[in-house]
Write a protein that binds this ligand. Structure first.
Ligand SMILES: [Zn+2]
Length: 91
């Protein structure tokens, strides 16, 4: 089994938009971490850090700015959830 690379994980946690290549990345990362606890731990640690940055960024954007970034982020999170559910069913 080929583990996720550092670049794949950092790309995954810093995704801010959905396009063809990001969807492929999401599928690969989700598919792998469902089977590999080692990469799951690393990814979770990275996500914690990324979420910390995201909430700092969000606090700067409070003053009436468009929240389209949040919408995109939610979309990605929903996408992840769907993928995770799909993989869980396969077990
Ligand atoms: Zn792995």
């Amino acid at each position: 089994m080929k583990h996720l690379t550092f670049e794949e994980m950092t790309d995954f946690v810093s995704l801010r938009s959905l396009d063809r290549s990001s969807v492929e990345l999401i599928q690969r990362v989700n598919g792998h971490v469902c089977r590999c606890s080692e990469c799951r731990k690393k990814l979770r640690a990275m996500q914690t850090v990324a979420e910390g940055f995201a909430s700092v960024a969000a606090s700067f954007e409070k003053n009436g700015k468009s929240d389209c970034n949040n919408v995109t982020k939610n979309k990605i999170e929903n996408e992840n959830l769907t993928q995770t559910r799909k993989y869980r069913k396969e077990f």
